[in-house]
Design a protein around this ligand. Structure first.
Ligand SMILES: Cc1cc2nc3c(=O)[nH]c(=O)nc-3n(C[C@H](O)[C@H](O)[C@H](O)COP(=O)(O)O)c2cc1C
Length: 158
């Protein structure tokens, strides 16, 4: 018997993760960004990472049509950035500091890590799509990560 959806969500909420904002640029040059916790490393050689994006998300089709994306790993102080990019609003980038990265895709400031990726492939994953990106550049900063657990933002404590 298939697992009950409520129970499945409750089970997944027990997995602590970091929080990223994935940014991209569509064919018309418009910027898109979406808060994503479904991020994983895939391969060291070649350097591959993966993100899972809901098919109904506004950013989904932009990613399908784009050759590049940036995974911005948020730092502890960036919960507001996570909330902004998790909300369907018109101009997500207003008031957000960023610089142009790979193919002009926004690289958010103040993050722990920015991974500039070229889309290697994408796959069907039920109501999500899996995007595999080849990392071309990593910018690494000191600091603590923003953590998401059981529906809340947390801080790492030693
Ligand atoms: C902490 C957190 C993690 C999230 N992780 C994902 C994720 O991994 N994949 C996804 O598709 N949506 C994820 N979401 C939901 C999207 O960020 C949200 O649906 C967003 O509004 C989509 O924006 P868009 O429709 O403008 O692209 C997450 C939201 C939060 C708050």
């Amino acid at each position: 018997m298939p697992i009950d959806q409520h129970e499945f969500r409750a089970a997944l909420a027990k997995f602590a993760s970091g929080v990223t904002v994935v940014t991209t640029k569509d064919a018309e040059g418009r910027f898109h960004g979406i808060t994503v916790s479904a991020f994983s490393s895939v391969s060291l050689d070649p350097p591959l990472v993966m993100i899972c994006i809901e098919k109904t998300a506004g950013s989904h089709d932009a990613l399908i049509g784009s050759a590049t994306f940036v995974v911005n790993v948020l730092s502890q102080s960036q919960a507001a950035v996570s909330e902004r990019f998790a909300t369907q609003i018109q101009d997500k980038f207003r008031g957000v500091e960023f610089n142009p990265g790979i193919e002009g895709v926004p690289v958010l400031a103040g993050c722990l890590v920015n991974l500039e990726c070229r889309v290697q492939n994408f796959y069907d994953g039920g109501d999500h799509s899996l995007f595999v990106g080849r990392v071309e550049k990593a910018t690494i900063m000191d600091g603590s990560p923003l953590v998401y657990f059981h529906g809340n933002y947390r801080a790492l404590t030693d």
